[in-house]
Design a binder for this molecule. Structure first.
Ligand SMILES: NC(=O)c1ccc[n+]([C@@H]2O[C@H](COP(=O)([O-])OP(=O)(O)OC[C@H]3O[C@@H](n4cnc5c(N)ncnc54)[C@H](OP(=O)(O)O)[C@@H]3O)[C@@H](O)[C@H]2O)c1
Length: 340
């Protein structure tokens, strides 16, 4: 099927969700339901009864007992895919083949070639595909990028970041190697993403060191990224530590610090600007629901033809860096070159 044969004629975007995942339940599904240009029409689960109960509890009109049944539902224009990472490729490709636009959870896939395969399927079937890095839609992230680009820090020379939290559930998908788990895949990918964004360039070399669980996924990883112009970035991520989320970007004239960097909540949030020994300016940014802004942008891109802010190639680039960091960690921290 080709989505170009079925124009949406100014309707609200009809969304379906593949699975009863936690992140859908807690954040993205309610964001779709609250969005100005979309409606949450259907949910699917591997277990028909789970789909029915989930639909009833969350006021979703339609439920399907398999993911394919939802993809075959003509009322659905776009799907949101919050499946374990190793299943993103299969279901994004199947969704594209069914003519559905795809908003897929981060990280988009397990490696760069999978990302490109998904992008090719989307292109072939005339649908949009975007990776669901919601923090990029928060106005604070946009403000930080603007502050860096305006040049008040001088050229950025160091970027530091972290994303750690304690994952207590032993059967969580993040502990499974087969399902694409591990700290780097789950939260390190945010650090890589903000680093590349603030640098405004791709790293040319990376190094990483990890600790591994008995099931061979990284529970903690520290990484370093080197850029052509000498900019150096470092980050850490973990599934085993108290929550910590921040990034900092430093230039010769000043540095910025952003706390609760990726999940600031919906209230006002701040950017600290440090200039001189005790001179700290706090930029306060209005609150927003970053998940809602993300799904509204995606729907605008499908319905109204605004350009997609983050095309799949951007996700492929991020994944290339994550994969290089994995390779370095597996090789005991050996430097891994990334060729553009
Ligand atoms: N952007 C964010 O803020 C954010 C936050 C958390 C997670 N995520 C991403 O969202 C995705 C899902 O994470 P999550 O924590 O929400 O996962 P989760 O709660 O474990 O949900 C995953 C769902 O996938 C379905 N599934 C299909 N095959 C499965 C299998 N073999 N094992 C387990 N579940 C399977 C299950 O739904 P059914 O049984 O109903 O089919 C399950 O509920 C991941 O890609 C993750 O990186 C993003």
């Amino acid at each position: 099927m080709d989505a170009r044969e079925h124009p949406l004629d100014g309707r609200r975007l009809g969304w379906g969700v593949l699975s009863t995942a936690n992140i859908g339940r807690a954040a993205v599904n309610p964001a779709i339901q609250a969005s100005r240009n979309g409606e949450l029409l259907a949910v699917a689960s591997r277990e028909p009864e789970r789909a029915r109960a989930f639909a009833e509890r969350h006021a979703i009109p339609v439920h399907h007992g398999s993911y394919q049944a939802l993809l075959d539902d003509e009322r659905v224009d776009a799907v949101y895919i919050p499946l374990p990472n190793a299943l993103h490729l299969e279901w994004a490709v199947r969704a594209a083949q069914a003519g559905k636009h795809v908003l897929c959870e981060k990280p988009l896939a397990l490696d760069v070639s999978q990302c490109r395969e998904m992008a090719a399927a989307a292109e072939e079937h005339g649908v949009l595909l975007m990776e669901a890095f919601m923090y990029r839609f928060h106005p604070r992230t946009e403000r930080v990028i603007a502050l860096v680009r305006e040049g008040g820090l001088g050229p950025p020379r160091i970027i530091r970041s972290a994303f750690t939290f304690r994952l207590s559930r032993l059967d969580d998908v993040r502990w499974s190697k087969e399902l694409g788990g591990g700290a780097l895949m789950d939260v390190g990918c945010y650090c890589v993403n903000i680093t590349r964004t603030l640098a405004g360039a791709e790293p040319v070399e990376v190094q990483a060191a990890s600790s591994w669980t008995e099931r061979d996924v990284d529970s903690e990883t520290a990484g370093m990224l080197r850029f052509d112009d000498g900019l150096v970035a470092h980050f850490d991520c973990a599934l085993t530590l108290e929550r910590c989320e921040f990034y900092e970007v430093a230039g010769p004239q000043a540095w910025l610090r952003v706390q609760s960097a990726f999940l600031p909540g919906t209230g006002p949030s701040t950017i600290e600007e440090h200039r001189g020994r005790s001179d700290v300016v706090e930029h306060v940014v209005d609150g927003a629901d970053e998940y809602r802004l993300m799904v509204e942008h995606f729907a605008d891109a499908v319905l109204g033809g605004v350009p997609l802010r983050y095309p799949p190639e951007e996700a492929a680039r991020n994944m290339e860096v994550v994969t290089a960091l994995q390779a370095s960690a597996r090789a005991g921290g050996r430097a891994v070159r990334i060729t553009p």
